[in-house]
Ligand binder design. Structure first.
Ligand code: ADP
Ligand code: MG
Length: 398
């Protein structure tokens, strides 16, 4: 695990603190849809306010290439104000670092909370432009990064500014790094990894790394069909990455040689199309008739997967078992989520869609740790250095 300074090491009391949060939330009717990411930042913000800090917050929202009215932080500021039960100052500006923003931040009263406009309104953000980093640094005495979901990007508000101010990780980033980093270092065993979702190619690095530490690897989702086809199975019209068949064979072999038990589905719930009213049938996973798509793991696979989780002490889950957005293809994902919610194992969930599925099911509170970073959690699990973390602590605290 990388070493990094935390709020315990930081002299934040009574000072102006720039906090990079991850408020990249879905918007709905001008307000905030799922507010999980905002809620997860509250412990850090409350702690800083208790320590008499003045807060200047910044985040990106969506992927705008310039100022865009439907990507303003206004609704987020209002929502945060409700959650914090205090006024959150916000000024719509063409971007971060605009002249009017500099004046607005300079006027921030002691103990106030200001949320800056969407950092991505300024192209200098993703270019990690030193000038923008300078402007952001001029807003505060110190910098706290709590945006795990953006820590794998070297942007001005995540990496650049951390090189200019005394800095540390916030409580959310700290927990993400400890939990996910700990999985690779010393997981309690048996350590079972469940992978699913759309593509093998998205998760190759993680699979390779996890094969070094996991005791058992369960693969569901569309990803499973590439493995099944690679060993000669007939998967009908299921989603397969033809250019990854060789890789799937190599990973299967790597699991065998490392003594990792690899479990693929044995049956699949199939239909001609992805539609709620489609006629469904269950087939052996390597004998799916032409014209049919495997859209979820089948009933025998569900049973086998749950049995393989039974004695687990640690479980990492990334990627849904099927097309969970459309019932009845959500069954495998739901049964897995319910089993993990009831499990006494340390359960760690990563991946945007898997987390969304758990939130929809209302099971989030019953999991050990739900990661707020899709891409960031994958990169961390691959063993990559996250630039936003590596930059923390480059300037000494006075
Ligand atoms: P996560 O965001 O949790 O990492 P991914 O983005 O990798 O997950 O994959 C999620 C997507 O995979 C979902 O949109 C889901 O519909 C799709 N998916 C899962 N299983 C299948 C399948 N059998 N066929 C087609 N798509 C699938
Ligand atoms: Mg996804």
């Amino acid at each position: 695990m990388p070493s990094f300074p935390t709020l315990d090491d930081a002299r934040v009391d009574g000072r102006r603190i720039l906090v990079r949060v991850d408020f990249n939330v879905p918007l709905k009717d001008g307000g905030v849809g799922d507010d999980t990411r905002i809620r997860k930042s509250l412990p850090t913000l409350r702690e800083l306010l208790q320590r008499d800090a003045t807060l200047v917050l910044c985040s990106h929202l969506g992927r705008p290439k310039g100022p865009q009215d439907d990507a303003r932080m206004e609704g987020v500021a209002a929502h945060l104000g409700t959650l914090l039960e205090r006024d959150v100052r916000y000024l719509a500006t063409p971007g971060p670092g605009a002249d009017e923003q500099q004046a607005f931040v300079a006027e921030a009263p002691r103990g106030s909370v200001t949320l800056l406009e969407n950092t991505r309104f300024d192209r200098r953000e993703t270019a990690n432009d030193p000038e923008l980093a300078q402007v952001l640094a001029s807003y505060a005495d110190a910098y706290v990064n709590d945006a795990f979901g953006a820590a794998h990007r070297a942007h001005a508000s995540t990496e650049g500014v951390a090189r200019l101010l005394p800095s540390c990780a916030g409580r959310l980033l700290e927990r993400e790094l400890r939990v996910l980093g700990g999985l690779l270092e010393a997981p309690e065993r048996p350590f079972v990894v469940v992978l699913g979702g759309a593509k093998v190619s998205d998760k190759i690095g993680v699979i390779e790394r996890l094969l070094e530490v996991a005791d058992r690897l369960l693969i569901g989702g569309a990803m499973a069909f590439t493995f099944v086809k690679a060993r000669g199975g007939n998967v009908g019209d299921s989603r397969v990455e033809e250019d990854r068949l060789e890789l799937a064979r190599e990973l299967t072999e790597a699991a065998r040689s490392r003594g990792v038990e690899l479990l693929l589905p044995t049956d699949a719930l199939c239909a001609r199309e992805i539609a709620a009213e489609a006629e469904t049938s269950v087939h052996d996973v390597d004998a799916i008739p032409a014209g049919l798509l495997g859209l979820d793991i089948g009933p025998s696979s569900i049973e086998a997967f749950l049995a393989a989780l039974d004695d687990a002490a640690t479980v990492l889950w990334n990627g849904p078992m099927g097309v969970f957005e459309v019932s009845p293809f959500d069954t495998g994902t739901r049964k897995l989520a319910e089993a993990l919610a009831a499990s006494s194992a340390m359960t760690v969930i990563g991946g945007g869609d898997s987390v969304a599925a758990i939130n929809d099911l209302g099971l989030a509170d019953q999991m050990g740790h739900i990661s707020t970073g899709g891409g960031a959690s994958l990169e961390l699990l691959e063993g990559k250095t996250l630039p936003g973390v590596a930059a923390l602590g480059s300037v000494a605290w006075d």
